[in-house]
Design a protein around this ligand. Sequence first.
Ligand code: X8Z
Ligand code: ZN
Length: 596
Amino acid sequence: MRFIACPIAVAMAVITGCSPTPQDRADEFLRTYDALFQKMYAITGEAYWKAATDVTELHVGERIGAEKTMAAFAGSPWVIDTVKALLADTDRLDDVTERQLRGILLSAAEYPGTIPEVVAARVAEEARQGAILDSFEFCVERSGDDCREIVTPNQIDEVLVTSTDEAQRRKIWAVAKQTGPALKEGIGKLRDLRNQVAQEMGYDSFFALQVDDYGMAVEEMMAMMERFNHDLRPLYEQLHTWTKYELAERYGEAPPDLIPAHWIGNRWAQAWPGLSSGIDLDSLVAEKDPEWIVKQSEAFYTSMGMPPLPQSFYEKSDLYPLPPGAERKKNTHASAWHMDLEKDVRSLMSVENNWRWFETSHHELGHIYYYLAYTSADVPLTLRGGANRAFHEAIGDLIGIAARQPAYLREIGLLEEDAEIDEIAWLLDEALDQAVVFIPFSAGTMSFFEHDLYEENLPVGEFNRRWWEHAARFQGIAPPSPRGEEFCDACTKTHITDDPAQYYDYAMAFVLKYQLHTYIAKNILGQDPRNCNYYGNKEVGDFLWDLLSLGATRDWREVVREKTGGEVSTKAMLEYFEPLVGYLQEQNADREVGWQ
Ligand code: X8Z
Ligand code: ZN
């Protein structure tokens, strides 16, 4: 409901002598704020983009300069005091206005102008840590100070996914952890600065500030994470046991209690690819080039009636790996950027022709289509975000589920029409590589580590022990050999530096994507969720576009109910993988299931 007492806003109210309402005052403030914010956001975004795609001292300096200016504005006492005063009278503001003001206050809490030296130190430290991470050279063979053999993250992943040589795996796994010691002290410093910033605005910790984006308390969020782990645990234990026996046989060892991390085909054991026999998704795209992978991802979205990507996306994005020996250094973790909160959308990736990048490319375009959908006159600038952060992560992953359905793969010719599909093996691959095993990592190890880091002020000297305690408890994973505090294996995860205290977003996203997928398959397509095809379906496209174009204008809980028919719950995910339960129980019949 809008309250209109004066025909136009505050300035006119002064002239006409009628008093402006709280809504008038809020409108006036938002107009000024948005105009300034959008310009600064675009300048800061451009500086960030340069620093991430071409890591040089100059670009890091420019990023720090731009962000300091942004901070001085977004966290200024003018913004904080005005918004607090306006929010004191929420009964007389409409819902969308209140949501904008709360969002602005959350942004201000990242940069409170009352402690400018702390904010400046945080901004600088974040940029420096980012540069260490983005320009890092992973070294396999050292000769004194020189590296005789440098490997890229793509090359590390390739070995972990394909090699059956235990010694080679052990070696490359350790190489993948080299960023830890380089980042550890800085993460400790950053944690202190981030906590100081959040506490200045009345939060217990930086973790609490990030969780507040969901309108939730830390305890509620952690209870949700515990619930996800608890619900998935029986299925996960079956998968864990099955995998442990498979890999023990592969490497000629007796099955251990915990699975050694270097046996798994992912640097953090967050996905377990390449285990289900007869399923080799990499081979489906091996003959394609990386450009095809991005174009085919776009084709999924346009087939459902979404618009083609703007030409500027292809001109301005940075989508492929740098050639060997390149001077330039870039961030190799995939991301999607909304540069100006309008139509300048870009992605930073290092796409190669394998299944990981096929899925990642769909994931990133999910973010890009979200940006495009909510960039409209209906969505105020500061509400150009997901229904919540988890929704933003869920969309491209949802299309990732759709893109691995056999019906779709046949339609685009990646699977032969008459190719026989072993449904259980196919489902097992999805559970291991994309879904179930990700929950103990995201809702467990990562979320609990970040929680402890910020909420408990975990000392730097305990980072590694705590990380592996969580990995053992939640994932049933152990390092290949004891890892002392000279390492920081948690610090090797990009998000600890770049998206701090937010990894529960992905856990919620994975749960949500199966809810959305099941809803679409059953209610729109009328097909089996495990073998359905939304490629080319405009009704599915409309359903998704409606969801995306809401941006953050509505309460996310309402959106979940409306778009999935219920609350956030693991029910859909469990139902989807139900056929695996009997199979795994049979396979594991004579084995001890789970770990100590
Ligand atoms: O970081 C990502 C995306 C970028 S938003 C590639 N993901 C998480 C990760 O890699 O750890 C996607 C799923 C999990
Ligand atoms: Zn993402």
